[in-house]
Design a protein around this ligand. Structure first.
Ligand code: NDP
Length: 453
């Protein structure tokens, strides 16, 4: 909850949330994401009454459209299977809808609406012209063969292609959707549309992708932490770090932290976490990448291979460290986890995953006044480079690696500057306030200019 909210403003937020919950019943993740933002945005709209008059927040929390569709496919045993696909086109006031596709068994309208709503503010923060959207399917990729993945992706795209386009909606990857899946999706899109227009981002470098896209979210996350530390005259060198997850974001977070002289001692997946006191160096990370990206194995195998601790069914937040980077999934840090982090002396936490911190845990981190970056600021590097990929596709050229990295660093610095501008409270920077308000202002001004539509 936002700190220092007056009783009057809290009542106003509660009233707003009651209406939202009534209109969107049974969608707890969506309610959580909106409440987090509303606690900062509603008080802010009292400084800018034109936003209140135009009902910007009410309009911003209602998706432009929410599409759901059947996805039928046949598994290797010949059984016909049915899943549900979605695309939430949330807001395109500042550019075409942009946001990832998630394939996970937990996907439903609530999860995608929370992600789509956050994506509006995140995309706005990047300074690029991108609206917010999100999509996916309640499909579990675990244990699926290559052929099954391809047939599922082709069936999914056969329906989705009606709704996307270079100037309308440009999806990307997310949990369960990496380069392999983007390839199958894009292949089917090209077959159906007869165009090579780069409508998906996260493509391989040989077929329209941008260099550094794969690394971008993790690298951007570390750049953001570096900026936060700089405000306290500190740096990454020698810091002990906790990272959760072992997928795309986690892997490149570890790579960049190693590159900048920090030591990462944990990684996790849905089966538990590993604690490697000696640090997960470049060689061990290479092994993890092969395990997760090629063999699609479980994190416990790392402990067996390198002789370190494996904690089945647990999260890494009780391990003593200086910095924490949750990079797995939503709500992976509860109140007790946050209390353990603070008690162990953590000085900074930057969210790689979307909404990994539960509201009560967020309170603990804000009260402790550690350097705490919400996802919409700190993991925006991925979508920023997706935006660069779209730009390169439109121009039919490819920027060199150094050019993309330079632009990524600039974007992360700019996001940090904006968060400080709107989040400074005395000698403390509330990055949650800063990110929500800075992201909101640009979209709200565009919505005012575009009239009541
Ligand atoms: P991946 O699919 O590559 O990896 C996800 C990782 O999180 C896996 O290690 C997975 O373990 C773990 N995980 C997933 N669900 C759970 C769970 N319920 N409990 C514990 N662990 C879990 O996804 P990404 O790395 O791409 O995404 C991670 C997070 O970052 C997500 O929140 C995503 O929205 C966010 N993000 C990603 C971006 C990107 O560019 N990829 C951009 C911005 C945000 P297991 O294999 O066991 O399921």
């Amino acid at each position: 909850m936002a700190l220092n909210l007056s009783p009057e403003r809290r009542a106003e937020v509660d009233r707003f949330m009651r209406g939202l919950i009534r209109r969107n019943p049974g969608e707890p993740e969506f309610h959580q994401a909106v409440r987090e933002a509303a606690e900062y945005l509603i008080p802010f709209t009292h400084e800018r009454p034109e936003y209140r008059h135009a009902r910007i927040l009410e309009r911003l929390t209602e998706p432009d459209r929410a599409i759901s569709f059947r996805v039928c496919w046949t598994d290797d045993a010949g059984n016909v299977r049915t899943n549900r696909g979605y695309r939430i086109q949330f807001n395109n006031a500042i550019g075409p809808y942009k946001g990832g596709l998630r394939f996970h068994k937990s996907v439903n309208a609530s999860v995608l609406k929370f992600l789509g709503f956050e994506q509006i503010l995140k995309n706005s923060l990047t300074t690029l012209p991108m609206g917010g959207g999100k999509g996916g399917a309640n499909f579990n990729p675990k244990g699926k063969s290559d052929g099954e993945m391809m047939r599922f992706c082709q069936s999914f795209m056969t329906e989705l292609h009606h709704y996307i386009g270079q100037t309308t909606d440009v999806p990307a990857g997310d949990i369960g959707v990496g380069t392999r899946e983007i390839g199958y999706l894009y292949g089917q899109y090209m077959r159906l549309s007869g165009t090579f227009d780069g409508v998906l981002t996260g493509k391989g470098a040989a077929w329209g992708g941008s260099l550094v896209r794969t690394e971008a979210t993790g690298y951007g996350l570390v750049y953001f932490m570096k900026e936060m530390l700089r405000t306290r005259g500190d740096g990454l060198r020698g810091k002990t770090c906790l990272v959760s997850g072992a997928g795309n974001v986690a892997q490149y977070t570890v790579e960049k932290l190693n590159g900048l002289g920090a030591k990462v001692v944990t990684l996790s997946d849905s089966s538990g976490f590993v604690y490697d006191k000696d640090g997960i160096d470049a060689e061990k990370l290479g092994w993890i990448m092969e395990l997760k990206n090629e063999r699609r194995g479980r994190i416990g195998e790392y402990a067996a291979k390198f002789g370190c601790e494996f904690h089945a069914g647990k999260r890494p937040w009780g391990v003593p460290a200086d910095l924490a980077f949750p990079c797995a999934t939503q709500n992976e840090i509860g109140r007790a986890d946050a209390e353990a982090l603070v008690a162990n002396g953590v000085i900074g936490l930057a969210e790689g995953a979307n909404m990994p911190t539960e509201p009560e845990a967020m309170d603990v981190l804000l009260k402790a006044k550690i350097l705490y970056a919400p996802a919409k600021a700190s993991n925006a590097g991925g979508v920023a480079v997706s935006g660069f990929e779209r730009t390169q596709n439109s121009m039919f050229l490819s920027w060199p690696r150094a050019e993309v990295e330079r632009r990524l660093q600039e974007v992360m610095k700019e996001i940090h500057r904006k968060c400080v501008r709107y989040g400074r409270q005395g000698d403390f920077v509330n990055y949650v306030r800063g990110a929500n308000i800075a992201g909101f202002v640009k979209v709200a001004d565009a919505m005012l200019a575009l009239g009541v539509v």
